[in-house]
Design a protein around this ligand. Structure first.
Ligand code: ZN
Length: 218
């Protein structure tokens, strides 16, 4: 991680808006909080959105009856998103602060489980509705080609992977949905470590990953 980080694939405004509104499953919130922690330009965009959202809310609450205001406030305070925390030095730790609460420390604290071909995963304790996992993929290793039945958000924390013509490095987020089929390949070099959140099982095209799917919980 000696090269300066430059994020090419930032999270879209539509996702930032649902994150700000607390309308996301915890697994996706975690991905976004980590992305914001790693990348200052996305944090700036989020701050603007929050300010606009706050202004709109203020205006709406002035027009609301007392009862509906209370209900709105309860909804908002109940859905406060996981808080991003900017790194002291972006290069010093692989895991951004919001993620460290989930693994009980830094990268060394992650309880990896081997899932074959040198790939390791650690499922994270998040609320039902979507799953979150850390994946560690050896450089050059191909992931099984797959489609999606829902939303998949992948944030790179170390190394990089290639998906078609696109390269995803530290801080980059890839969004996949029902319309995308892909076969990510870890870039040669150090292990690629990613945080991945999904809200539905993947659709593997080959038999072998399909057979293992129930055991991996992917
Ligand atoms: Zn995928």
């Amino acid at each position: 991680m000696s090269e300066a980080m430059h994020v090419k694939h930032e999270i879209g405004d539509e996702f930032l808006a649902s994150y700000a509104g607390g309308n996301m499953a915890e697994a996706f919130e975690l991905v976004i909080a980590c992305h914001l922690s790693l990348w200052a330009p996305a944090r700036a965009r989020y701050a603007t959105m929050e300010a606009i959202g706050g202004a709109v809310l203020e205006r709406e609450s002035a027009e609301m009856s007392a009862g509906s205001l209370e209900a709105t406030l309860a909804r908002i305070s109940g859905g406060a998103p996981i808080v991003p925390e900017p790194p002291r030095s972006p290069e010093c730790a692989v895991l951004p602060a919001p993620l460290r609460n989930y693994v009980g420390g830094r990268l060394e604290a992650v309880k990896w489980r081997p899932v074959g071909m040198g790939v390791r995963q650690a499922v994270l304790p998040v609320a039902k509705g979507a799953t979150a996992r850390l994946l560690s993929i050896p450089g050059g290793c191909e992931m099984p080609d797959h489609g999606h039945r829902g939303l998949e958000m992948t944030l790179v924390l170390q190394g990089a992977y290639l998906d078609g013509d696109e390269r995803f490095g530290r801080g980059d987020v890839e969004i996949a949905d029902e319309h995308l089929e892909h076969k990510p390949v870890a870039a040669p070099g150090e292990d690629c470590i990613c945080l991945a959140a999904t809200d539905a099982p993947l659709r593997f095209n080959a038999l072998l990953p399909r057979l293992f799917q129930p055991f991996l919980g992917i």
